[in-house]
Unconditional design. Structure first.
Length: 115
């Protein structure tokens, strides 16, 4: 899907005991050698900035059921971020039905606002 990321990105989605919440385990090879704090700072900035309302960021010890009916497409678990050399691992929660429906709602609002 993204040829420029071939060989640099790997991940999986895990269905957890709740029927609608899943967890993404994302591992990426990056050019830099960031620290865990560098990665979390960048993710927090994205969640509080251009991706506000779409991506979330938390350093609270939350579990799958805390994300049920979350309107976010992705909620990064900052407590679980890992960085080693040029490898970065991020865990992110999402309600695969509610979050998706929220993006459809956003799209409908956008299309409805067009002249």
């Amino acid at each position: 899907v993204l040829p420029n990321l071939s060989g640099r990105l790997d991940g999986m989605a895990i269905r957890v005991p709740t029927p609608d919440v899943s967890l993404v385990d994302l591992v990426a090879a990056v050019r830099a050698r960031p620290t865990r704090d560098d990665v979390n700072r960048a993710l927090r900035a994205a969640a509080e900035g251009p991706l506000r309302g779409i991506m979330g960021y938390s350093e609270e010890p939350l579990v799958s059921s805390d994300y049920l009916h979350s309107p976010l497409s992705s909620a990064v678990d900052g407590l679980e971020t890992k960085a080693h050399g040029n490898l970065v691992k991020v865990l992110s929660w999402y309600d695969n039905e509610w979050g998706y429906s929220s993006r459809l709602h956003d799209l409908i609002e956008y299309v409805g606002s067009l002249p």
